[in-house]
Design a protein around this ligand. Structure first.
Ligand SMILES: [Zn+2]
Ligand SMILES: [Zn+2]
Length: 327
């Protein structure tokens, strides 16, 4: 029996009878972070980090029973020792370390290796077996430093303002939206937010995150979001009535997928910015090697390619088959 098993409900730890980021309701769930493909509704008990709890509670509702721990704090369940370690992905995100009878496994969850100035930076956790994500596990995915990308975004906003356009940026409500907001130059013009972005902002502000003031777009104030404004909204509203209210807007998409030529245009946007809350190919490789793991399971995205690359490095790596959405 392996310490962790891949089951249709998610990653399962038989001796502790707990699941990590389960896809179906279970009795006890350990959550790496609050993105919808990891924190799902319906389980009886949840455990996450103190910093991840407010967003998860907000998203799962007040009825969800959520306990939380500090990074590094040890939690024993049926003799299995669990602890949460910074993943650098979004606020409160964690890798989960599982130790039992001298064997150590780590589940990475989603992670990025570049420090974004918002969440606790990624820390490699030594282990025997590492379960890594590989959303961007091929060499075409190579990120520029965040500072350079934010400079490009502010310059683009300036240009749009000069040309009398609204700047409309599509970015995930949890993570990317706050990263962009934090580094926008509020001197350029007014900032507006979509309701789902503003809700997450409110939760994170209550935890002490400092962000420039953005006004939530409402029916009453939408006319104030004129030329020169910066509007930030989640990508799923790109082709909605909500977005069509902004006439003469230049539309941007901030995502790791923008590293693929023509990706922004293909999705109906004018500009793509390569900005991700996941590690790029090089970051993934460095992170895996830093754990010292001799066995690696690869999940999400470019699993076969990344497992193959690790095999060439002499690591016993296996691509895990699954069908989950990326976030
Ligand atoms: Zn994910
Ligand atoms: Zn995520």
């Amino acid at each position: 029996m392996a310490l962790l098993e891949f089951t249709p409900k998610g990653i399962y730890c038989p001796p502790a009878d707990v699941y990590i980021d389960p896809q179906k309701p279970v009795r006890r769930a350990l959550l790496t972070h609050g993105h919808a493909d990891h924190a799902r509704w319906g389980s009886k008990h949840y455990l996450c980090t103190h910093q991840a709890k407010p967003v998860i509670q907000y998203r799962l509702g007040n009825g969800a029973h959520i306990d939380s721990v500090a990074y590094g704090e040890v939690q024993s369940i049926n003799g299995v020792v669990f602890s949460f370690h910074p993943a650098g992905h979004v606020v409160g995100s964690a890798q989960i370390r599982v130790e039992y009878r001298g064997e150590v496994w780590v589940v990475s969850g989603d992670y990025k290796t570049e420090h974004d100035g918002i969440c606790t930076p990624f820390e490699p956790v030594p282990c025997h077996v590492f379960i890594t994500e590989s959303t961007f596990g091929i060499p075409v995915f190579q990120w520029k430093p965040q500072g350079e990308v934010m400079k490009e975004i502010n310059e683009w906003w300036q240009t749009n303002k000069k040309e009398g356009r609204i700047t409309l940026m599509m970015a995930y409500a949890l993570g990317k939206a706050q990263r962009i907001l934090k580094y926008l130059d509020p001197g350029i013009g007014p900032i507006f937010t979509h309701g789902s972005v503003e809700s997450v902002n409110m939760v994170l502000r209550s935890q002490g995150l400092k962000l420039p003031a953005g006004r939530k777009v409402t029916t009453a104030n939408v006319h104030n979001a004129g030329p020169g404004s910066f509007v930030i909204a989640p990508p799923n509203v790109l082709h909605s009535v909500w977005t069509r209210r902004f006439k003469n807007a230049s539309v941007g998409l901030a995502s790791g997928w923008m590293a693929i030529e023509g990706a922004a245009e293909k999705r109906g946007a004018n500009r793509g910015f390569v900005l991700s809350d996941h590690a790029d190919f090089r970051g993934l490789g460095e992170a895996v090697l830093a754990t010292g793991a001799t066995k690696v399971f690869v999940m999400h995205g470019q699993t076969a390619e990344f497992a193959g690359w690790l095999n060439e490095k002499g690591i016993d790596a296996i691509a895990v088959k699954e069908d989950t959405t990326k976030n």
